[in-house]
Ligand binder design. Structure first.
Ligand code: NAD
Length: 440
């Protein structure tokens, strides 16, 4: 089928490339000229395993193209997938302005019957509004219908998650739309759950918010573990054997970040409030996460007289390994606090420093300074304190002994529970992590 994809971020680009890989003819549209030029040159504007390889393969085979010319892409498309951002507004609601722009562009350009598929995460009822909006502005006499097809990929493993998705959710209001989506996905050989549009929209929020809740629950229990001298890793292990709980997402840490969990929890909370309902569970997840992100910094404040002039090694800037995305990353909550306190930060991240540098340029920032380094060793050498924010392999491979060898004061605050407490203690490192005893 002839498919157009609006937006070439994590969702749109990966979807487009995977549709091409499965035999469709795909045109990816973005408003960002630089992104489109990069993609045409075979370079992915985002860091995702296997993505560039599939981009090049399909570009050379002529099954995918990239353009800013939405008219050409949309006018004779059989289906148009919308994968533009739906960021958080200051009140927590989802900003639908990018969706509205694409909807308007579609309405003004489509010249044949077309299924519009909303892949972006949107509040329940949005698909209805998009359909009405497109019909209101439709220029040519063609049939358009809207379907919901929320995306569940995780950044860092986006290609794998798309080609081997646990399920594909399709939300439609007619047999025609359902058949069309089934045809698009027929070569994927994955379980398909077909529901109404509103249920599909809700499945996305309910799934993300449940995972966020699971993370916040474990972090809440971890904080209590510290007080009652229990060990969260042992607790999680013991829980994981129960099939009703499941073994995934039981890891305590510095809190969730990224472009989805933070905004999707707040958006559902906002939506519930709009309907006069208080979504207490999700609200609790949001509150716990907010405090969790800076918990280690405030723990360190209790330990130190000052950060002024001290060398603080920061290991990891991105919100998780495998991505260069900084959105809602714990580093962004902690680094301003350290800078305000006068620290001399030496930050290491294997892929995230360039993005971070645009927000915090090298040199003086607030009362402190920030320097970007290329190896963990450069960050740790002669450091007085270290914070671990992301569990990159390059960071996990630092041995406990190396912290005590390289740092002036081997004092480590680990937001990812990378090390065994006993190993760090044995190596002479003062080690603070989440939900575990400092000494064992
Ligand atoms: P993103 O910000 O990485 O990408 C959005 C892209 O859309 C940008 O490249 C932007 O230039 C482009 N764009 C904006 N207006 C446009 C227009 N009029 N025409 C064409 N392109 C336009 O966003 P993302 O992370 O891919 O997320 C997209 C949506 O998918 C969001 O609703 C998000 O919640 C949801 N989602 C994201 C993930 C994830 O892991 N990132 C996972 C599942 C769902």
């Amino acid at each position: 089928m002839n498919i157009a994809v609006a937006g070439t971020g994590y969702v749109g680009l990966v979807a487009g490339v995977c549709f091409a890989e499965k035999g469709h003819k795909v045109t990816c549209v973005d408003v960002d000229v630089n992104k489109v030029e990069l993609m045409k040159a075979g370079i992915s504007p985002i860091y995702e395993t296997d993505l560039e390889e599939l981009m090049r393969k399909n570009y050379e085979a002529g099954t995918i193209e990239y353009t800013t010319n939405y008219i050409k892409a949309y006018e004779y498309a059989d289906a148009i997938f919308i994968g533009v951002g739906t960021p958080e507004r200051t009140d927590g609601s989802a900003d639908l302005s990018y969706i509205a722009t694409v909807a308007r562009q579609i309405a003004e350009t489509v010249r044949q019957d077309c299924l519009i598929v909303v892949k972006s995460t949107v509040p329940i009822g949005t698909n209805d509004k998009v359909e009405q909006f497109i019909k209101d502005f439709l220029v040519h006499d063609v049939k358009v219908e809207i379907a919901s097809n929320p995306e569940f990929l995780a950044q860092g493993t986006a290609v794998h998650d798309t080609l081997h998705a646990s399920r594909i959710i399709i939300g439609t209001e007619s047999e025609w739309a359902k058949e069309c989506l089934l045809r698009i996905y027929q070569n994927f050989n994955l379980p398909i759950v077909s529901v109404s549009r509103r249920s599909a929209e809700m499945i996305k929020y309910a799934s993300n918010d449940f995972l966020a809740l699971k993370i916040s629950y474990m972090n809440d229990i971890a904080n209590l573990c510290e007080l009652v001298d229990a060990d969260i890793e042992d607790v999680a292990k013991g829980m994981s054997f129960d099939d009703r709980i499941g073994g995934m997402f039981l890891k305590a840490g510095i809190g969730y970040g990224g472009s989805c969990f933070p905004k999707d929890t707040k958006a559902l909370k906002y939506l519930a409030q709009k309907y006069g309902y208080q979504l207490k569970t999700v609200e609790a997840a949001v509150d716990v996460n907010k405090e969790q992100k800076t918990r280690l910094f405030y723990k360190a404040c209790d330990r130190m007289i000052t950060f002024k002039g001290l060398k603080a090694a920061i290991l990891g800037l991105t919100f998780k390994p495998g991505t260069d995305d900084l959105r809602e990353a714990p580093s962004l909550d902690n680094i301003p606090l350290l800078l305000e306190a006068g620290a001399a930060i030496y930050a290491y991240d294997p892929v995230g420093t360039e993005n971070f540098r645009t927000r915090y340029p090298e040199g003086k920032n607030d009362n402190g300074t920030i320097t970007y380094v290329h190896t963990p060793k450069e960050a740790l050498e002669s450091a007085n304190i270290c914070f671990i924010f992301t569990e990159w392999n390059q960071i996990k491979s630092i041995t406990p002994k190396e912290y005590s060898l390289w740092m002036q004061t081997p004092l480590v605050y680990d937001g990812r529970n990378i090390y065994k407490v006993s190993d760090m203690n044995q190596a002479g490192v003062e080690y603070h992590s989440i939900g575990r005893r400092n000494k064992n």
